[in-house]
Design a protein around this ligand. Structure first.
Ligand code: SF4
Length: 352
């Protein structure tokens, strides 16, 4: 049985006056039915470009999307017409954006937008679709749904807007859900509620591609994790395995920046330096300038090493005695003075 989603050698570029930004640079991934694949990395690593390239939600131009294949249930999306791809969006692929107002029109009432989303792929009488819209508002936990159906988007809080968008993404019970930083704009309490909602409403055998910069969200939601850095996948592993045995120094640095009971009151470990510019990725390992374990051979690009069952690491340490596990805490130490308990800018970086 083929994976639900199979991405083979995806490249996404954006034309700019300064040259082409190569946001995604040769990414291959597979998502099985029933799986939650967390795609994690700092801002500017290409996660959102990857997520939006799958349903072709990037404007072309300036975007350019190339891939050996992007298959949904074995069907290469590149072989479909624009009309065929549009038919898949909403019906088989549901997308949840970071910013609800990206998906909600400020010019139409919530009810009208939900009814239209329902009727887009099903020839339901308007009255029946309205009943279904009401049902969905209740399912996503919106109080007084009859009243809310008549509301304008700006009359709802950010958390409620996000709930409406989740309803719009799920009304057709899609096989694949792509959620791009769905909780980043929300406060901590609402964030937990929205994550719980996504977990509860998702059909068991659907697949969820969850994009986030937050390892805490990954820990709660993902069954498998792909770590993205500078346009490439640098590590993939089942979630438990990744948290227990992170192989890539970048993954280790992301985990070190995760608050825990042990780090409460202490300064979170920063990831010094910045993601390199996508206008000119460095040759060799792209994490080299930020990695304290860098060695002369890292001037060449490392391949993806198999480092266990379903565990791959793009780092030369994986082939050394003891493996990449010896590299724990391998990012360069923070430049700032210790003692502060403020999260670092890198730890708190916005999505990318
Ligand atoms: S050890 Fe080398 S290959 Fe591994 S992350 Fe550091 S610089 Fe890259």
């Amino acid at each position: 049985m083929p994976p639900l989603l199979e991405i083979d050698d995806l490249r996404v570029g954006f034309a700019t006056d300064a040259g082409e930004i190569r946001a995604v640079d040769g990414v291959s991934l597979a998502l099985q039915r029933g799986e939650v694949l967390g795609l994690v990395g700092e801002s500017g690593c290409g996660k959102s470009a990857l997520a939006l390239a799958v349903p072709r939600l990037l404007p072309m131009p300036p975007a350019r999307i190339e891939a050996a294949a992007i298959r949904l249930d074995g069907v290469d999306l590149a072989t479909l017409s624009d009309h065929g791809r549009r038919g898949l969006r909403g019906r088989r692929i549901g997308v949840i954006f970071q910013e609800p107002m990206t998906a909600l029109s400020p010019l139409h009432r919530i009810g009208d937008q939900l009814v239209e989303a329902i009727r887009l792929h099903r020839r339901l009488p308007r009255r029946e679709a309205r009943g279904e819209a009401l049902d969905w508002l209740a399912r996503v936990g919106i109080a007084d749904p009859v009243q809310r159906l008549r509301a304008w988007p700006h009359e709802l809080s950010g958390g409620m807007q996000q709930r409406v968008m989740i309803a719009m993404a799920l009304v057709h019970d899609p096989d694949l859900i792509i959620a791009d930083e769905p909780t980043t704009a929300l406060d901590v309490t609402t964030q937990a509620q929205v994550l719980e909602l996504m977990r509860r409403l998702r059909r068991g055998n659907s697949g969820l591609l969850l994009i986030t910069h937050d390892m805490g969200v990954i820990a709660v939601m993902a069954t498998r994790v792909a770590v993205m850095y500078a346009g490439q996948i640098v590590e993939t592993a089942p979630s438990r395995e990744l948290f227990a045995r992170p192989g890539h120094p970048y993954t280790q640095a992301l985990l070190a920046a995760l608050p825990s009971a042990a780090t409460r009151g202490r300064r979170l470990q920063a990831i010094p330096g910045q993601v390199p510019s996508p206008l000119a990725w460095p040759t060799g390992c792209r994490f080299r300038d930020r990695c304290s374990r860098a060695m002369p051979r890292c001037a060449a690009p490392p391949p993806l090493y198999t480092w266990g069952d379903g565990h791959e690491v793009r780092c030369f340490l994986a082939e050394m005695p003891g493996g990449a596990g010896d590299a724990r805490g391998a990012s360069r130490p923070p430049a700032e003075a210790p003692g502060s308990n403020e999260p670092s800018p890198a730890a708190a970086a916005p999505p990318g």
